[in-house]
Design a protein around this ligand. Structure first.
Ligand code: THU
Length: 128
């Protein structure tokens, strides 16, 4: 199963009773392992978490910290872009050129990159 298909599959497990907007994310780490995540909403709305955050947490829990590729999918009219916070979370673990696939459940997909999604990112160099 390719990365996008894994994102599509995990999306089904999303807990999104408030937005009714299920999102799935799958990332391949530097080792080649795949980690997946879905959005998990909460009745206290700000406590909800995004699909990308779930996939990143699973990667770190496995002791891996480098994203080689990531895909996100939702039932949206155009390929779903990661929210601003998720762009920063992805950038924490991915080089600028890492490909990010944005997709719709209808079969549209678009490949972009971490740097295209988050130009001028704040990083550790700004604290030195
Ligand atoms: N959502 C994600 O999971 N990832 C994104 O990058 C965009 C938004 C979720 C959060 C919330 O559960 C729902 O989509 C509607 O905003």
């Amino acid at each position: 199963m390719d990365l996008l298909d894994q994102a599509r599959a995990v999306r089904e497990n999303a807990h999104a009773p408030y937005s009714n907007f299920k999102v799935g994310a799958a990332l391949r780490s530097a080792s080649g392992a795949v980690f997946t995540g879905c959005n998990v909403e909460n009745v206290a709305y700000p406590e909800g978490t995004c699909a990308e955050a779930g996939a990143i947490a699973a990667m770190c829990a496995a002791g891996e910290y480098e994203i080689a590729e990531i895909a996100v999918i939702a039932d949206s009219p155009t390929p779903v872009p990661p929210c601003g916070g998720c762009r920063q979370k992805i950038a924490e673990f991915a080089d600028a050129a890492v490909p990010v696939t944005l997709a719709t459940t209808g079969g549209e997909a678009q490949v972009t990159s971490v740097s295209a999604l988050l130009p001028g990112a704040f990083d550790a160099s700004h604290m030195s």
